[in-house]
Design a protein around this ligand. Structure first.
Ligand code: UTP
Length: 446
């Protein structure tokens, strides 16, 4: 493979080229495979660009908040919901889970979707999602295809987990697993970092790699062949995610103009670590919390509310035309300096999926109530942890039961199986009495 040596030399990676020449047999083949998976010209350009620029990505001074409304009158909401159910019933909606992250903050060995957040049922995040999808599919009378993006680091474990659990009762034909791409970490002076003798330090290329991976894996074509027109994209760790929410789908379909829609919540406080929806140079998008200058972060309206208040909860809906467009479009690379394979201050690059929005033009913000739809499991303890997720589920499900006039114990929390209720429907006093201890479990607040 003299071609690889030439590519490396041209990209300033002579050290790696020389090292490769010292290897033989399978070890050489393994390293060659890693090298061939990378775009060395792009890595060279990235290092040159990032090492001379400031680390924080520039936010334009022309930043305007994106207005959004939470809720709609009942009639409108019902119309959206019914529209969404009709679209789902025609098989035109798919779910797309991005689950290629490393979940380092949670500190759980293995794919985050396998994590048991400690509910009385001990269901994993994957199981909760699979059950919600199946319940909705049964209600609308059509299977919902499910694309699951993994990374080379967790692909096998993810597929094995689903296989061991018999795909949670779903038809295997409706699930597609595929890996996202990787990008090589670079040393402070831009040299490729090796992981052991015959591998490169390849890290997942960020959740923004999802558009490329969806297309390159053939999954986009698979969805198009099946007649899918809307793709519901979400993160693995939101324990309250209403997957393929019909009202959300119906709202985008009724609006007509936008290529995508995103769920938005009011920020909990100025310092909350969520990106915000805003217009930058008149283009809609998301500004990551770490990139939002303080004066914008703390800016308030005359009534004291935050000006930049639209929090991104990573729940998006794309029209299939939008995904077709994004398969070849270039997203910016974000940079972090981390210790990799014992080398300090290495360069790690990743793309963020929300950087796609400015490329799609108009987008539709869809305001939702945090307590009903957003409980991310990011940290082992404290904020956004398994404990906060358990409590939020417990309180939300108790509220569903209260509205259904069930005789609940107001001091307890409840877990309702998604096989019984997708979003609070199908509950009553009778159902409560019948299902308590089965599909409805009572537990204590911690
Ligand atoms: P996070 O930004 O929370 O990252 O991912 P993470 O890797 O899961 O967790 P930490 O930061 O290491 O603790 C948000 C969503 O994007 C996915 C994650 O799996 C999660 O669903 N993701 C992240 C990918 O699919 N690929 C990536 O390269 C990164």
């Amino acid at each position: 493979m003299s071609n690889l040596i030439e590519i490396l030399n041209n990209a300033g990676q002579e050290e790696l080229a020389n090292y490769l020449n010292t290897l033989e047999g399978d070890a050489r083949k393994r390293l060659e495979r890693d090298i061939a998976s990378q775009d060395w010209e792009e890595l060279k350009a990235l290092h040159a660009e990032k090492s001379t620029a400031s680390l924080s990505d520039n936010v334009s001074s022309d930043l305007k908040p994106m207005p959004f409304k939470i809720g709609a009158d009942d009639l409108r909401y019902e119309f959206w919901k019914e529209t969404g159910e009709i679209i789902l019933g025609k098989g035109q909606v798919a779910a797309f889970l991005v689950a290629g992250g490393q979940g380092s903050r949670l500190g759980f060995e293995g794919p985050k979707g396998m994590f048991d957040i400690g509910l009385p049922s001990h269901k994993s995040l994957f199981q909760l999602q699979a059950e919600r999808l199946q319940n909705l599919a049964a209600q609308v009378g059509h299977a919902i295809p499910w694309c699951i993006m993994t990374s080379p680091l967790n692909h096998e474990a993810t597929v094995n987990f689903f296989t061991e659990h018999n795909f949670f009762g779903m038809d295997r034909q409706n699930i597609r697993f595929f890996e996202q791409g990787t990008i090589c970490a670079l040393s402070p002076d831009g040299k490729a970092v090796r992981d052991g003798e015959d591998h490169l330090a390849l890290v997942p290329d960020g959740n923004g790699g999802c558009f490329r991976a969806l297309a390159q894996s053939g999954s986009l074509a698979w969805l198009i062949e099946r007649g899918v027109r809307y793709v519901f994209l979400y993160s693995v760790d939101n324990a309250l995610c209403r997957i393929c929410d019909p009202a959300f789908i119906g709202a985008l379909a009724s609006e007509g103009r936008s290529m995508s829609a995103s769920k938005v919540v009011h920020k909990a406080n100025a310092g909350e670590k969520v990106g915000i929806f805003a217009f930058q140079n008149n283009k809609p998008g998301v500004v990551e919390y770490s990139d939002l200058p303080e004066e914008y972060r703390d800016m308030t309206n005359p009534d004291g509310s935050l000006t930049f208040d639209g929090g991104n909860i990573a729940i998006h809906l794309f029209k299939i035309e939008g995904l077709r467009k994004l398969q070849t479009s270039k997203l910016p690379w974000h940079t972090a300096r981390k210790t990799v394979c014992g080398i300090e201050k290495c360069w790690k690059f990743e793309q963020f999926l929300f950087d796609a929005f400015p490329q799609l033009g108009s987008m539709m913000p869809f305001g939702v109530i945090r307590e009903e739809e957003f409980s991310p499991v990011k940290n082992a303890e404290g904020n956004d942890s398994p404990k906060t997720a358990r409590t939020m589920i417990g309180k939300l499900h108790r509220e569903w039961l209260r509205k259904a006039h069930a005789e609940i114990n107001p001091n307890k929390l409840y877990e309702i199986s998604p096989t019984l209720s997708y979003a609070g429907e199908n509950l009553s006093r009778r159902v409560f009495e019948r299902e308590l201890g089965k599909n409805i479990l009572e537990f204590d607040e911690e």
